[in-house]
Design a protein around this ligand. Structure first.
Ligand code: HEM
Length: 376
């Protein structure tokens, strides 16, 4: 398979056909770093990313080509592995522009996108600060988990002294699709996830709902997007005791085919006015699909790109599992509106939002330049 280009109008890893594995990492800048440190970090990260995404070591001397008397530039565990569809996507959190106490560490406060603010608290949030926020983020996706981990590991190493890992998350089994050629995968509730997503081929929908336009504020973000990450624990043992018909009702689609309960097949549009034999709505008004659908939300759509996760188990012998939800949107308001609409979701009883973050995703780097250059 041909590796994905690192340079381009948009960063890779958004409309790219969703890969099988994720390593997501959030970083904080270190104390006493200045604007030059931030710029040099983004330059070094871009250079390394432009190489790793092509299946190369982080530098020309790489894992074994340097001096035997020095630690190698590249950690080496991706030697012999192909690029594996690796994409590396960088983002800037609200605190990069201005800390919570108003400090403007890098002279960027005036450049902050006005909409880039910490997400508001939502009903039912149970957020762990250790899985939330961060000055910078990196989403590494690949079809080989070792390739994704190698990318985050080496980018963390390159950041040494300037920025350090705040939290990170491994994900598997994509829970979304971004091309019509991809079969819809399933989440840990066993349901198809990603049926009604925005696809890479739908450029009109991408322009309307995903890419920040030249006419939006601020100009430096044009061609970029906003990324929301939510670590959502799924109470799967509880879910697994729910009757099949009830599971279908909660989602609004059937578990086998993923068809809307109003009838048809997976790709039939849901008909929210349809009724069943008893005269009740075929799709429950409090079902997940009903509440998340654009019809009830002023036409709002988002591009979902999440992954399943299992972080071992709890002391009670339950899987510590869920969905690492990732969505790209032209404005944070799109996510906020949907998440508020979902406050009465029948599914809410079976999930807990335990981590959260938002980042502005700059446009793609131009060849010879680095990611985020228009900001400086
Ligand atoms: C649709 C599961 C969280 C937004 C769906 C579907 C499933 C699903 C099974 C139907 C198939 C599809 O169209 O993809 C889940 C699970 C979640 C979760 C298990 C949490 C663990 C969220 C969150 C949001 C969201 C937090 C946004 C705030 C949507 C949207 C759709 C959707 C926009 C498409 C609705 C449509 O247009 O028909 N989800 N979801 N979901 N979900 Fe979620």
């Amino acid at each position: 398979a041909t590796p994905y280009a690192y340079f381009g109008a948009h960063q890779a890893g958004i409309t790219t056909p969703v890969q099988d594995h994720l390593h997501f990492a959030s970083f904080d800048m270190m104390a006493r770093t200045g604007r030059d440190d931030l710029v040099s970090l983004l330059q070094d990260w871009s250079y390394a990313a432009s190489r790793m995404t092509q299946g190369l070591d982080v530098s020309a001397t790489g894992a074994v080509g340097g001096s035997p008397e020095a630690p190698p530039d590249d950690t080496g565990e991706a030697q012999g592995l192909a690029a594996s569809g690796l994409t590396i996507t960088f983002g800037f959190g609200p605190t990069l522009f201005q800390t919570a106490d108003g400090e403007d560490r890098y002279g960027l406060a005036a450049r902050r996108p006005p909409a880039l603010e910490r997400l508001p608290a939502f009903l039912g949030d149970d957020l762990d600060p250790g899985a939330s926020g961060g000055d910078l983020c990196i989403q590494a996706c690949a079809d080989d988990p070792q390739v994704a981990v190698h990318a985050i590991r080496n980018l963390s190493r390159i950041a040494f002294g300037r920025s350090r890992l705040r939290w990170s998350q491994l994900g598997f089994g994509r829970t979304s699709r971004t091309t019509a050629a991809q079969a819809t995968p399933r989440n840990l509730f066993g349901f198809k996830d990603g049926t009604a997503n925005i696809l890479a081929s739908d450029t009109a929908a991408l322009d309307d709902h995903v890419w920040v336009a030249g006419s939006d504020e601020p100009a430096w973000l044009a061609g970029g997007s906003y990324l929301v990450a939510r670590k959502i624990a799924m109470l799967i043992e509880t879910w697994d005791r729910v009757r099949l018909a009830e599971q279908d009702r909660i989602i609004g689609r059937d578990k086998g085919e993923g068809a809307p309960l109003s009838g048809g097949d997976e790709f039939t549009e849901p008909d929210f006015s349809a009724t069943d034999a008893a005269g009740s709505p075929a799709i429950d008004p409090a079902s997940h699909v009903r509440l998340a659908h654009p019809d009830g939300n002023g036409g709002i759509r988002i591009l979902r790109r999440g992954y399943n996760y299992v972080d071992g188990n709890t002391d009670l012998g339950r899987l510590d599992a869920g969905l690492f939800f990732l969505s790209y949107q032209r404005a944070p308001e799109q996510f906020v509106t949907l998440q508020r609409a979902l406050s009465t979701d029948l599914m809410a009883e079976y999930i807990r939002h335990i981590g959260s973050g938002i980042w502005a995703i700059p446009p793609g780097a131009e060849p010879g330049s680095y990611v985020g250059a228009p900001l400086f």
